[in-house]
Design a binder for this molecule. Sequence first.
Ligand SMILES: Cc1cc2nc3c(=O)[nH]c(=O)nc-3n(C[C@H](O)[C@H](O)[C@H](O)COP(=O)(O)O)c2cc1C
Length: 352
Amino acid sequence: MKRIEHRKSDHIDVTLKEKVVPDYDYWADVHLVHRALPEVDMKDIDTSVTLFGKRLELPLVVTAITGGFPLAEKVNRNLAEACAKMGAGLGVGSQRPAIEHGDDGTYSLVKEYDVPLVIGNVGAPQLVRQGSERPFTVEDVERAMEAVGADIMAVHLNFLQEVVQPGGDVNAKGCLESIRALAKEMPCMVKETGAGISREMAMLLKGTGIRGMDVSGVGGTSFAAVEMYRAREQEDSSASALGRTFFEWGIPAPAAIIEADVGLEIIASGGVDDGLRMAKGISLGANAAGCARALLAEAMESSERVIEKMRIMQAEFKATMFLTGCKSVEELQQRRVIVSGRTADWLSAGDV
Ligand SMILES: Cc1cc2nc3c(=O)[nH]c(=O)nc-3n(C[C@H](O)[C@H](O)[C@H](O)COP(=O)(O)O)c2cc1C
């Protein structure tokens, strides 16, 4: 296996086997207000939304996970089949291996399924020069988008992971301009990978012409943690210490949704693993929810298992809509939300 393939299979292994989420539960800080008299008929509840111009029956995007090595075929096939069946969106994993070495079919297979929204994926670090490696061009990214039939391209921001990982790509200069150049030529969004997007960042990104953001805040998979476990395995004490120290670094997912609300479309993610959390994210201002880790174990098994889990999430989401008296997702976005604990502290704290 090549080094990058090892890394990708490690990421899946570690996420499945180790504790990669923070101790503090930021989603428990978010409360929807119970309506003792919902005044809706459950059968009239419509969970559909429009995201980036595409209609999703279930307001969920399975965010980028993998591609580019043999195991990814099974994972992406199971996810694509389930997303097509449930009417959810799907992001492929980083298309770097396909751009550098050609597509092995593990990404383009998503075209075989009728997925309502397909999101491509490239890393911001690959859009600028890293040592002697040439940056990806607009044409590279256009080809990657075509290869998977993507409706929109996501540029992932993963500098927390890069700084913890030994030999990571830590030149971050020029990324904003590169995102601007991409957004001129194709529909683009930006996604974090577990450390969240702040108000300042969201404002800067809005100016590049992107269509939206997947906030991916703290509360779910921490890539500092994932790299910490990998470093321990490789007996790299420095990287392992960095990973430990920055395990919980970033903007709590519920706070990131509010911070990133600058008038673009938003995916609420970072620890979303049930339908109640999907509803909480949407009521905080997102257009849809997103998750990766919550469906990973199922995706390793079968499309049926993924569908089963998605159906549970859908039932929980619908129950939340019922109990808050919402017939449409638009109504859910207007509902009163109470935020407590550390998340409220974060939102109310003044700068020093
Ligand atoms: C095994 C694994 C691989 C991932 N690979 C990518 C990737 O290639 N590109 C990307 O943008 N995000 C990647 N992510 C990040 C997720 O898309 C998501 O932003 C993050 O895991 C937080 O969501 P979660 O708490 O639901 O897992 C990956 C996540 C996991 C668990």
